[in-house]
Design a protein around this ligand. Sequence first.
Ligand code: F3S
Ligand code: F3S
Length: 104
Amino acid sequence: AFVIGPSCVDVMDKSCIEECPVDCIYEGGRMLYIHPTECIDCAACEPVCPVEAIVPAQKVTAEWKPFQESAKAMFDEVGSPGGSSNVDVLTDTSFVAGFEKDED
Ligand code: F3S
Ligand code: F3S
């Protein structure tokens, strides 16, 4: 599955949502989350993000790792809604809610 990382936080460009054929990119309060098992690895979302926030699981770095775990924790709770159009905006994980963005 693909993973959205720190550069999405408080940016939420949302171009990625339109590209996903299975609608597995879910909106939270500060960022978007890719469903780790609904994602079919089509990679369509990766190039459209203007802040390069989306990476495949194999390329997850130490910086991305807590975001990968955060998405997993999110959907362990929410389950598999089968598409973001089936749910309201999700409540960010506590990690994402408390994440302090490095503005450089
Ligand atoms: Fe975020 Fe990039 Fe999508 S900023 S909402 S991952 S297009
Ligand atoms: Fe959708 Fe991106 Fe996965 S477009 S299927 S979230 S690789």
